[in-house]
Ligand binder design. Structure first.
Ligand code: PNS
Length: 162
């Protein structure tokens, strides 16, 4: 079985993430979307909230599950028997960081884990979770960035009922 992990912060999940999930689920037998539980990083949504959001957004995909992890991604991949990490590449500005992460994970896993990059759909090439948080925080329109369900939850975090 060809298992892949799509790791990230997903704070919150955007249409860009959903697009990568849909496309990787069509390539791999089983895809686990995994939220990093990072105590050192402050987030808008708790890990449980982000997992629940992703579960809701991926419920139509039979071969997608959602989980969280802490610690090293390479160790997590080994513990669940996954040999592939999926990452989306939006633009050349992502490349340095992604290359560094891919090489590090390959070394840490004794070449047991490879990273597969999917180029982000051009419609979402500009999009990031931090943009969503920033725009929502000022009460701006995030309907082009996230599904209505996520938009409602995101506005609520800022005390807005838009
Ligand atoms: O959505 P993000 O924040 O770009 O995702 C980054 C993430 C969570 C995939 C990455 O930071 C991660 O997995 N960190 C866990 C710690 C780790 O394994 N570090 C070594 C690889 S650089």
């Amino acid at each position: 079985m060809n298992k892949a992990i799509y790791p990230g912060s997903f704070d919150p999940a955007t249409y860009g993430h959903i697009d990568i999930i849909r496309r990787s689920a069509a390539i791999f037998d089983e895809l686990t979307v995994s939220v990093l539980d990072n105590m050192r990083k402050t987030s808008l949504f708790s890990v449980d909230e982000r997992v629940n959001i992703l579960k809701e957004l991926t419920k139509e995909f039979d071969n997608v599950r959602v989980a969280s992890y802490s610690g090293l991604l390479a160790d997590y991949c080994k513990s669940v028997g996954a040999h592939v990490i999926i990452r989306g590449l939006r633009a050349v500005t992502d490349f340095d960081y992604e290359l560094q992460m891919a090489q590090t994970n390959r070394i840490l896993s004794d070449a047991g884990v490879d990273t597969v990059f999917l180029t982000t759909d051009l419609r979402y090439a500009y999009l990031s979770s931090s943009t969503v948080r920033e725009v929502a925080g000022f009460g701006g329109d995030i309907s082009e960035f996230v599904p209505p369900y996520v938009a409602k939850l995101t506005y609520a975090k800022f005390g807005k009922n838009l």
